[in-house]
Design a binder for this molecule. Sequence first.
Ligand code: GSH
Length: 219
Amino acid sequence: MESNNVVLLDFSGSSFGMRLRIALALKGIKYEAKEENLSDKSPLLLEMNPVHKKIPILIHNGKPICESLNILEYIDEVWHEKCPLLPSDPYQRSQARFWANYIDNKIYSTGRRVWSGKGEDQEEAKKEFIEIFKTLEGELGNKTYFGGDNLGFVDVALVPFTSWFYSYETCANFSIEAECRKLVVWQNCMENERVSKSLPHPHKIYDFVLELKHKLGLA
Ligand SMILES: N[C@@H](CCC(=O)N[C@@H](CS)C(=O)NCC(=O)O)C(=O)O
């Protein structure tokens, strides 16, 4: 399969977009990245994702694929040879999808309450946030990666959120690492260059969070 004609419509602070940058890097796919301004979406974005009008969008040979986990599966299916992400066993595959969905349903919304919340709601969100990661640590067990001995679908779905940890911790004055030791070990294992180079510096995310808080009148 030719790997040309791959365009990623993205925004550098988006954990959803980072998933795809990681997957494309792991698989060695060359692509053109187009940074979107989410306050002034491009006509291309609106044309390619008229339903949700959101990034990330992968445009492969002119055809759009939307929703990050859906795109991640697509990338894995099309460029399967190098660094397969989903397991070949149907049961294991269903489990990987289950945990990736768990991450989507829990981390983004709770994380937002952590960085943007105040008072009791923020305290509650911090507790919930730690519980989510404790649950994920339970799933990780003694494995090196969620994918077992190699990086897999769940690892790629989760690791972008670690670039937001500094922001969560600074905004809400707590330490995820102090509570989730296993996660720290897992995070160190993620110092694969293809992964780390696909992630923004945590301070860049923090600058973005401060800007966003200012815009939302929360600062
Ligand atoms: N479930 C979607 C979430 C994508 C998403 O929330 N994208 C945000 C940026 S992080 C966006 O495009 N927001 C623009 C908007 O809501 O208008 C996915 O996994 O791709």
